[in-house]
Design a protein around this ligand. Sequence first.
Ligand SMILES: Nc1ncnc2c1ncn2[C@@H]1O[C@H](COP(=O)(O)OP(=O)(O)OP(=O)(O)O)[C@@H](O)[C@H]1O
Length: 492
Amino acid sequence: MISIKNSAGGYSNTPIIRGINLCIEKGEFFTLLGPNGSGKTTLFKLVTGQLPLQKGDILIAGKELSSLSSLDKAKHMAVLSQEAQVSFDYTVEEIISLGRYPHQKGFLKKLSPLDWQVIEDVMEITKTKQLQKSQFRLISGGEKQRVLLAKALAQEPEILLLDEPTNHLDIKHTFEMLDLLKKWQKKKQLTVFAILHDLNVASLYSDRIGLLHHGQLLEVGDINTLRKEEQLQKVYDVQVKTQSHPTVPKPQLLMIPNYVTTDGLNDFSQSFTIKQTETLIHIEFNQPLRTISNGVIGDGIQWKTHFCNFHVEKNYDSPAPKKDIQMWLADYHIPYEQTVGMMTAVTLEDMVITTKQLGDIDIMAVVTSGVGNAIDITAKQEKKTTSNIGTINIMVFVDAHLTDGALVNACMSATEAKVKALLDLQIKDPYTNTLATGTSTDSLLIAVTQNGERTPYAGSGTVVGKAIGEVVYQATKEATCNYLERVKKNDD
Ligand SMILES: Nc1ncnc2c1ncn2[C@@H]1O[C@H](COP(=O)(O)OP(=O)(O)OP(=O)(O)O)[C@@H](O)[C@H]1O
């Protein structure tokens, strides 16, 4: 649909844009990215014919751009540019109806019923109908942007060129506009060629992106191009980290500000408090820790400051455990958003804390254990639901700097150590009478200070992994013994 061949151009004899080869297919959403002054608008001006090419060719729908009249171009392409300024006292409706100009026939160029239908339709979808009779110059920046989009869509173009279309829009209207364009793209096979500054928005909406740097295309590819951290760093001169969006399978970029230091806590042993009552174990750090957990709240990979293990009755069976924890936290004035929360029917007094120091690295495990619901994960037999006391909640705090991969390693190390503790205590699955590997509702938290050198591994082959194994093994074994003794005492 747009074919740019070995093109160069700019404002004087020295080209701003050089050696551009790019094909944008019909129905594609292509986004041009690049820092300020990299030449994005200049390239757009070459594509619309506002600036002459100094070298190369541009074809629009197979035709040489230079062979197209202004009217021909307007039939193919609509442009929504940053510089769109309307100085006369037009109403919104009048502005939008200008979009029909290329399609109007006859000498007097009056709007036909079909033109009016199109105008009505685009006002509807861009939510500008209620502004219809307003003076364009009096409406807000965001509203103006929507009206100009309506005008561009009224043109019924095959190609829509958008130079920072979401510039004046708040988040709601940004997403609304891009959702609308996406719908239009699919329904009408509209080709969208956009300039966007927000890399994350570009990732969510584009089919492909091009990265412009000093007037040249450094990268062209699908949105996974945004996973090239080093390339982005070089182009934007900002430290970036690529993550995956939690619900959409697309990359998202996180910028790392320069002011952030990598120093963690100064003195691990002085950086937290542990409070234990009959109803709650509450560990509070003086700054957020990087966490991975399957807690009832605060699950996944996060940064959290408060770590809570709440006592519940052994027949606790709530349809909304998150809500329950939220309520209990409110009672203790502990902020819900900063907390990893677990639950257990185990007597909290039987909690065990083990610590270990390995050179500079401090490690602490806080464990409550009940094995009434012990289970052999490899056993085939279906287990009936019971209301026995049986959950092993393990919290591991490490004064080290682990990558996300190393956090997963740490989970494996802690789990292997828990299983070994149960094996050594000969804890069995009561239904299969085989050795148990855990209970049906175990929770695990690894919380790391991110202090010191970044470590990519924390498995059983590493010093940190082994130390995690050691503290978890010891604490799980001891806490399970405490539980078994209490059960025995209660039985006697
Ligand atoms: N009318 C002009 N005359 C001369 N030079 C210009 C003109 N407009 C832009 N330039 C120069 O061309 C270069 C590229 O500008 P352009 O506007 O294409 O960048 P951009 O990538 O769109 O930037 P931004 O993200 O800031 O909008 C800049 O160095 C700019 O100063």
